[in-house]
Design a protein around this ligand. Sequence first.
Ligand SMILES: [Zn+2]
Ligand SMILES: [Zn+2]
Length: 130
Amino acid sequence: MTALRGSCLCGEVAFEIEGPFDRFLNCHCSRCRKATGSAHACEVIVKAGALRWLRGETSVRRFDLPNARSFATAFCGTCGSPPHLTRSGREAIIHAGAFDQPLGAAPERHVQWASRADWYVHGNELPTED
Ligand SMILES: [Zn+2]
Ligand SMILES: [Zn+2]
């Protein structure tokens, strides 16, 4: 896999990931739901060294949830949610929607499944429209 680029909504922050991905997960925990505002986070996880900032690293704000052992998130100070390193510093977590190009990969599992929202419906159970 070659380098994959991503950015935040306003474009101030941009990054590049050197593949392959270690994991590609849909996380249903309540923290990820609040951090993303969505039914689940869709997370690419790589070794910390595989993440390179292309611009805007100093615009990234980080939030380490005080009561959590390891939960953290990060966001562009102007608009959104760039990648962040885990507290151990060993891995980087990228919300998959931040990538600017096709990934050639798909999530491999749902995690924290028991914590999913009671309104969550698997995608293939819903009708589709464009
Ligand atoms: Zn931004
Ligand atoms: Zn989670």
